[in-house]
Write a protein that binds this ligand. Sequence first.
Ligand SMILES: Cc1cc2nc3c(=O)[nH]c(=O)nc-3n(C[C@H](O)[C@H](O)[C@H](O)COP(=O)(O)OP(=O)(O)OC[C@H]3O[C@@H](n4cnc5c(N)ncnc54)[C@H](O)[C@@H]3O)c2cc1C
Length: 357
Amino acid sequence: MGLSIVTDRFDVVIVGGGPVGMALALRLKAWNIVTLLLEAQSLTDPVTDSRPLALSYGSQLILRRLNVWDSLASVTPIQTIHISNHGHAGQTLIRSEDAGVPVLGSVVNYHGLYDAFYQMMRQQNVTFQLGAKVTSLTHQPDHVQVDYEQSGETHRVDAKLLVLADGGKLVSQVEGIHFHTHDYQQWAVVANIQTSIGQRGIAYEHFTLDGPVALLPSDTGYALVWTVPADQVDRILNWDEAAFLSELQVHFGDMAGQFVSCGKRTGFPLTLKYASPTIAPRTVLIGNASQTLHPVAGQGFNLGLRDAWELASELIRSANFAADVGSSRLLSTFASKRQIDREGGKFLPIRLQNCSQ
Ligand SMILES: Cc1cc2nc3c(=O)[nH]c(=O)nc-3n(C[C@H](O)[C@H](O)[C@H](O)COP(=O)(O)OP(=O)(O)OC[C@H]3O[C@@H](n4cnc5c(N)ncnc54)[C@H](O)[C@@H]3O)c2cc1C
């Protein structure tokens, strides 16, 4: 394996080209802040992740500003949220008109969002490298040295500011940042479901003793996120379709009609990971690298997108004054502005989980 000579210096190097890293790269491009995005996956590993993402109305507005919204292949609006507790007759309904917004949120899927971001990055000539797996980070007083492997070669670039948007994989290489973790001992089983009456713009959150079940309106049917105990996930993923639908019907009830068919099922392990602090010299964490939440809150990407937007705002402000984009002052300002939003996201899933107990 060869090592290419240091030639490239960037204001900002973003590690991780998930939707949060791409959002930051796109916004910085519009302001000519010299940025490189490095993503480990290559074009030959197409992103097929089918997880549904419920986006807040605020996220919709940000995605519009980034010109990504109109390229999304499938967007299903949420007009009403229906919250219920297993074994209790009552329910809570939240309607868009009560909140004074045209929609409470919208449902997209991860790979559709990924594709829309990727097309916009190409259209806007964002500088990025695919198949570029970052392997080592070396902190110097005035830059961070980033080594990555691509097509059997090791490359090296320097960044005034390193942004980790990698889901948290490289944080162990950054001194002073620690993860608080909580293993929920649960998995999320995700699948597209069709019902006898089709979806009517209602997102259901149903709390049970095993954890919450969410049905998000998606196209004509629903995207299911079913929280199951870790020791039962293999059994549930391997049920035949008829057994799966009938067990789900018993677990969820008939609020959304009869479950008539389901697509491919995928399981995701659920862990709360929370970095503290989120900044280190010339380094900042955003998105899942900063906080990985329980999906029932439907907040992980929404929070990550606000991380990206707020960080870009600080960088743009600093670049306008020709200031150092990696300064500790800028990073402290960013971290303190994000604190209240992060705290809400951290405790919401635990509060919601306790609702059913
Ligand atoms: C079942 C489920 C349902 C969910 N539902 C919702 C929802 O309704 N609403 C919501 O807001 N959120 C939801 N989430 C959370 C949401 O999916 C995440 O918060 C979001 O995907 C985080 O995006 P990210 O870009 O920070 O990280 P990721 O999407 O994890 O992207 C990280 C990227 O970094 C790359 N990478 C990793 N290591 C390296 C390296 N060494 N070098 C280069 N690149 C690297 C990876 O290849 C990847 O592309 C859900 C999650 C799950 C599991």
